[in-house]
Design a protein around this ligand. Structure first.
Ligand code: GLC
Length: 533
């Protein structure tokens, strides 16, 4: 494999990924659900934001038990989202704007309505029986082992007609495929080729670390730290049901296939501790995914000391050739502004867009959407509906984009499938475009700054010790040195580090002002020191 040198970094190292949740971006046909034509109609907005690639959550035919992550046909488009004409039109429009398009590839499981599964469950002797994971009851007549589904309850579902259990890591409507079967691997390679031939620039691979299970299906060990306040899934440590050594060979095969198509990119959804997470890069000789998604900004407390450690440990865990990445929000995680407040959400945006590594930005975070109240009768997320007392519902991150102050926030002429953010009349794209101090303008200016200064995208990274509550680091490239100082506290902090020399303030989370060594509450700055003459 040819490694790009300094001057010619691939787009996915320099660029920024923007996640679109198609159900909730823009409805074009008045059914209350977003669609492909809607996305195309809003592409100028995305391009003007200044991102480089769009990743679309699943758009394939699906009964929508898990809102598209239950795929019934990998090579189709769900009529809710449009058809191939709409898809081809969207991808040309994306490319015409110099953007890339990534699709969601959901290899671990299909829908229980996928023809493969319908065949598999039709009879024990069906040729597709072994495409899924079927097991006899255990000796006592119960489930084959103690594995728990990520959405709660046993991972095993009894099939009365054929007298066996099938495995599902998520809903029972999402049976797990058997990737040890070469026919499955071949069928899925054909799926990847189908979309690559159609011009997509890569894939985000859903729950990649789940893809292979231990051959002997042993019980998972109990998690000693489990309490009833956390999800049932976490009762057990998923030692035997995830992250098996054989999965890496599959991930390398997927990479080989994608590499045949030139500069395409694989992003892997992987939740693991650093030392196991970094193995998903593979090796220079046998690479796997380009970007194993790094969710640590979502998972850790918003504290400077903690984040300093997180960043240092993550950087240290990367293989030499591995390019880092950072994710701040997604359709699965609580909104960043809901978690840390709007003022700190600006600091978080500055962090995301100035750390070393490809940032992934989730739709709506650029507007600072925070907590959304969803009346119980409108909640749709199956994870929440199965474990309603835990407060883990994902609906509040999936609400429709508020575009303007018109009916239904300009998202749809019909009542949207989920209500928009409570404050949509004030917090929407049109209103923020008209306000130079808005979060949207702030994001746009940060993205423009990042593009104008390669130090912020491909530059080196050096952590500074910083003061209490302050994260500080230097990004350097080609003789330019930019300093990022972020006050994670809601009180002013002195920052001795910067008393000498006069710094030019390139960006601020607050109104720009000359820097005097003090950081105001919730202030983050990107600084450039005068070059020595
Ligand atoms: C991933 C998706 C999530 C989905 C799950 C099962 O984590 O991001 O939305 O529910 O996989 O496919």
């Amino acid at each position: 494999m040819r490694m790009a040198n300094e001057g010619e970094k691939p787009w996915w190292e320099r660029g920024v990924i923007y996640q679109i949740y198609p159900r909730s971006f823009q409805d074009s046909n008045g059914d209350g659900v977003g669609d492909l034509a809607g996305i195309e109609a809003r592409l100028d907005y995305v391009a003007a934001l200044g991102v480089d690639a769009i990743w679309l959550s699943p758009i394939f035919p699906s009964p929508m038990a898990d809102f598209g992550y239950d795929v019934a046909d990998y090579c189709g488009i769900d009529p809710l989202f449009g058809d191939f004409k709409a898809f081809d039109s969207l991808i040309s429009a994306v490319h015409a704007r110099g953007l890339k398009l990534l699709l969601d590839f959901v290899p671990n499981h299909t829908s229980d309505q996928h023809p493969w599964f319908l065949e598999s469950r039709s009879a024990r002797r069906n040729p597709k029986r072994d495409w899924y994971i079927w097991r006899d009851p255990s000796a006592d007549g119960g489930v084959p082992n103690n594995w728990i589904s990520d959405f709660g309850g046993s991972s095993w579902e009894w099939d009365e007609a054929t007298g066996q259990y099938y495995l599902h890591a998520f809903l029972k409507n999402q049976p797990d495929l058997n990737w040890r079967n070469p026919e499955v691997r071949e069928a899925m390679s054909a799926v990847l080729r189908f979309w690559l031939d159609r011009g997509v620039d890569g894939f985000r691979i859903d729950v990649l670390w789940h893809i292979v299970k231990h051959e002997a299906f042993p019980d998972n060990p109990l998690n000693p730290d489990w309490t009833p306040k956390i999800t049932e899934r976490d009762r057990l440590l998923q030692i035997f049901s995830t992250d098996q050594p054989e999965a890496h060979a599959i991930s390398a095969q997927i990479r080989d296939l994608v590499d045949e198509y030139g500069e395409r990119v694989l992003v892997g959804e992987i939740f693991l501790p650093n030392e196991r997470h970094s193995r998903w890069y593979g090796t220079p000789e046998r690479p796997q995914v380009h970007l194993p998604f790094n969710f640590q900004l979502i998972e850790n407390a918003w504290e400077a000391e903690r984040l300093r450690e997180v960043i240092a440990d993550y950087e240290a865990s990367l293989p030499d050739f591995g390019w880092p990445n950072w994710v701040l929000g997604s359709h699965d995680a609580p909104r960043i502004a809901a978690r840390i407040g709007e003022a700190q959400a600006r600091v978080a945006a500055m962090l995301l867009l100035t750390l070393r590594g490809t940032p992934t930005l989730y739709q709506g975070d650029e507007l600072g959407i925070g907590e959304v109240t969803i009346p119980p009768e409108r909640m749709r997320d199956p994870q929440h509906l199965r474990q309603p007392t835990l407060g883990i519902g994902r609906d509040r991150s999936r609400t429709p984009m508020p575009w303007n102050t018109r009916v239904n926030a300009g998202f749809s002429t019909a009542e949207p499938w989920l209500p928009p953010n409570d404050d949509w009349k004030k917090r929407n794209v049109a209103t923020q475009l008209a306000d130079p101090g808005s979060m949207l303008h702030f994001y746009r200016s940060l993205l423009a700054l990042r593009r104008a200064h390669p130090a912020l995208s491909v530059g080196s990274f050096r952590m500074l010790s910083g003061a209490r509550d302050v994260l500080a680091y230097v990004r350097e490239h080609d003789g330019e040195s930019l300093w990022v100082v972020l006050n994670l506290a809601s009180e002013a902090r002195r920052c001795e580090l910067f008393q000498e020399g006069v710094a030019e303030v390139l960006a601020s989370t607050l109104a720009t002002r000359p820097f005097d060594g003090t950081l105001m509450a919730d202030e983050g700055l990107v600084l450039r020191y005068g070059r020595e003459t």
